[in-house]
Design a protein around this ligand. Structure first.
Ligand code: NAG
Ligand code: NAG
Length: 180
């Protein structure tokens, strides 16, 4: 884990150094959600909306059918498109309940969490006893994260998130965007 983390920071420094000066524009291109266990979680909606050329947002609502949830893990894989989507830089699983108790203990999880925190009701500690809503998360949120905090090279990306409750994979959400 220590080796993996230092490897991560080397990458971080590398990308920050080489790509900070590159002006990037982020565009959401798609959002997809799929329930893998329909007795546990159902998506009421999951869509990308273009209000106009500069304002696009993503909204997701997942109905949780077995409440309360006391044990949840998130698995994130970032992909970059190179003749199909290939895993890129991040592939990690973390215990969401532990993380929410003390977010600063896991920098990588915190990085992903910042995508969603301000636009969702996943902003408190476990247990979860309500549906999960991501409400109108605008693309400039992702833009700030990817171009200011952690600049990435140009390309097409996909973030795949698995929702694992009680050690069973229950749902997958995928966000697609491009950096030009
Ligand atoms: C796009 O829509 C947003 C939200 O309605 C608005 O604030 C913004 O001014 C619009 N931009 C343009 C270029 O029309
Ligand atoms: C992510 O990592 C796990 C554990 O190392 C591995 O089993 C899995 O295949 C990886 N997923 C991808 C998409 O590379």
């Amino acid at each position: 884990m220590t080796i993996k983390l230092s490897f991560f920071f080397v990458f971080l420094i590398f990308f920050t150094y080489y790509f900070t000066e590159v002006y990037s524009l982020v565009a959401f291109t798609n959002a997809q959600c799929e329930s893998l266990d329909k007795d546990f979680a159902l998506f009421e909606y999951c869509f990308l909306k273009s209000v106009n050329r500069t304002f696009k947002y993503v909204s997701v609502k997942v109905k949780l059918l077995k409440l309360p949830i006391t044990k949840i893990k998130m698995h994130f894989v970032l992909y970059k498109r190179v003749n199909g989507y290939l895993p890129f830089l991040y592939n990690m699983t973390f215990d969401a309940c532990k993380f929410l108790k003390s977010p600063n203990t896991n920098q990588i999880a915190l990085f992903f969490y910042k995508f969603f925190r301000d636009y969702s009701n996943i902003n408190h500690t476990c247990p979860y006893n309500h549906d999960i809503v991501l409400d109108k998360m605008p693309y400039h949120n992702v833009n700030n994260l990817l171009t200011k905090i952690l600049p990435f090279p140009e390309g097409k990306y996909m973030l795949e998130m698995h929702w694992i409750a009680y050690d069973i994979d229950r749902a997958v959400t995928k966000f697609y965007w491009s950096l030009t």
